[in-house]
Design a protein around this ligand. Structure first.
Ligand SMILES: [Zn+2]
Length: 69
């Protein structure tokens, strides 16, 4: 008896919409909530965990590396 691929679901941080995680998604992949278009990164698939992708143009990104001369 073959183990069937279990359908997995994540939950959007913003609108709490259920986001289906297709089998071809892997950890680290980005997935977009179809309700509010929030982009999340898959942290774990075994028990689905998603984390919101912070805006990359946030100046706080340069934590500790910012030096003025
Ligand atoms: Zn959402």
């Amino acid at each position: 008896m073959h183990k069937r691929d279990v359908e997995r679901f994540g939950k959007c941080d913003i609108c709490l919409e259920i986001i289906p995680i297709e089998n071809y998604f892997r950890i680290g992949d980005e997935i977009t909530c179809h309700e509010c278009s929030t982009e999340c990164t898959i942290l774990s698939k075994d028990q689905v965990k998603l984390t919101m992708i912070e805006a990359s143009d946030d100046p706080d990104d340069y934590s500790g590396e910012m030096k003025f001369e």
